[in-house]
Write a protein that binds this ligand. Structure first.
Ligand code: EPZ
Length: 429
């Protein structure tokens, strides 16, 4: 895998603008499958994951263009000819499993390959299929695929045993074309779920309880509405830059965000002695001379997001004192800790918990590996805070989730460079 080269820097200063949310754009693109008229999206980030989702829809017969450099993307699902996304694409990106609900709801049939586990955990899909069953679908597993059939889905009470983001999104999209009223209980409350509700509402679906754990959807006979829709900003990307600025001891802002989406992060940043000021659509931070230790425990929204745990952990390694990180969402999302140890951090991990003996200035640049998207972002932050140069193998991960990363860091005064050469001593994969 190609690498990211980061030079340790002084305090980062300036303003960056957040891109559109990857994790909202992906299910919204899938939700276009419900509509037989074109949808014109704005603020879609030009990322590898978005390109994969576009390929998934194109493989089913959708006509897609973009996203272009202005974040515009158009999707026309008038002539869908297949309901079986190919394994090669679903395997490359788990999020494509959210095509199950809309394909089943509109065409009465969907065959979606089981996506399998990944570096951060097992990631089962039982909640997705249970929700489809509750809406009246017949579900079987055949040759590694989930096969779902229903002449017409029926509105129902859907009880999720885990407040899964993807399962809630799949259930919402399926319920949008079910006959009658569906109530999703224990729905995930992440902003990216509320955003799918808002998009369905913009397509004419009546929804109550948006942003809460009980969502009521009044199913439609069909959706046939050409529309424009702008995707919310990426709270995880924004949080990554806020942590980079504050951890470097600098001061600056992230613009084009919804500050309320970042409250779990900003309250923990304040506990570390970081000054945080919220504007209407921006947050400014200023790093203290010395970061204070604190504890975090990841949880479903509005708890501390697992997608910011690796990046936050890096700041704890350079805080003055002992901190604890408990990862409760993805059992294997701890791969960055051994790499941080190689850079000079003192961390002990056991059973999903890391105890960090923070020490200001402890990190120095070496060659490290990243194992997933947020772990790669964490290593970039560690490289910026370290003495010397850090070479991170894991560029493909960053390309999946961070738009214009080198340019955005350059505008803050940081040096992050992409190299398509594999890191020395690393075999090509
Ligand atoms: C979404 O994944 C995000 N992905 C993830 O972001 C994010 O980390 C995660 O939500 C949690 O916030 C997208 O939106 C594309 P879940 P998702 O189903 O929907 C368990 C990133 O870095 N579970 O809410 O797959 C599961 O194993 C990515 O951008 C079941 O047990 O997450 C996990 O422990 C990575 N059975 C927990 O629920 C199920 O059927 C939460 O997973 C489904 C999930």
């Amino acid at each position: 895998m190609a690498s990211i080269i980061v030079r340790g820097c002084g305090p980062l200063q300036g303003t960056v603008s957040a891109s559109g949310s990857k994790n909202a754009a992906l299910p919204i693109i899938a939700a276009c499958l419900l509509n037989d008229r074109p949808v014109h999206l704005h603020n879609v980030p030009a990322l590898e994951d978005v390109r994969i989702m576009r390929e998934v829809l194109s493989s089913l017969g959708a006509r897609c263009s973009g996203p272009d450099e202005h974040g515009r993307m158009s999707i026309d699902c008038a002539a869908i000819s297949r309901t079986d996304p190919p394994y090669e694409l679903v395997n490359r990106m788990r999020a494509s499993f959210v095509t199950l609900g809309p394909l089943l709801a509109r065409f009465g049939h969907a065959e979606v390959p089981l996506p399998g586990g990944c570096q951060i955990g097992a990631r089962p899909v039982g909640e997705h299929t249970a929700a489809m069953k509750a809406l009246g679908a017949e579900i079987t597993q055949e040759a590694g695929q989930i096969v779902a059939r229903a002449e017409r889905l029926q509105g129902a009470e859907v009880f999720l045993s885990i407040a899964s983001v993807g399962a809630t999104q799949n259930a919402l999209m399926a319920a949008a074309l079910a006959e009658g009223r569906s109530v999703i209980h224990n729905a995930a409350r992440e902003p990216e779920v509320a955003e799918v509700c808002s998009f369905l509402a913009a397509m004419g679906v009546e929804i109550e309880g948006i942003g809460t754990s009980i969502i009521t959807v009044h199913g439609q006979g069909g959706i046939s509405r050409e529309l424009e829709y702008s995707v919310i900003p990426d709270r995880i990307e924004a949080g990554t830059y806020l942590l980079a600025i504050a951890g470097s001891g600098g001061s600056g802002s992230v613009a084009n965000i919804i500050p309320a989406h970042l409250e779990a992060l900003t309250s923990k940043m304040r506990e570390m002695g970081i000054t945080v000021e919220e504007g209407r659509d921006s947050i400014s931070v200023s790093g203290p001379p010395e970061l204070l230790p604190t504890d975090i425990r990841t949880a479903a929204h509005p708890g501390f997001p697992t997608d910011l745990q690796p990046q936050f952990s890096v700041l704890l390694t350079i805080a003055n004192g002992v901190s604890q990180v408990s990862e409760t969402v993805f059992e294997r999302r701890m791969g960055h800790f051994p790499e941080l140890t190689r850079m000079g951090a003192t961390v002990k991990t056991a059973n999903g918990t890391a105890v960090i003996q923070g020490r200001p200035g402890c990190l120095s640049g070496v060659q490290v590996d990243a194992f997933d998207l947020r772990g790669a972002a964490a290593m970039v932050l560690a490289g910026l805070f370290a003495e010397g140069e850090t070479v991170i193998s894991g560029l493909d991960f960053i390309r999946r989730g961070y738009e214009h990363l080198p340019e955005k860091f350059a505008s803050l005064g940081g040096s992050v460079r992409f190299s398509d050469e594999p890191a020395i001593g690393q075999s090509a994969q």
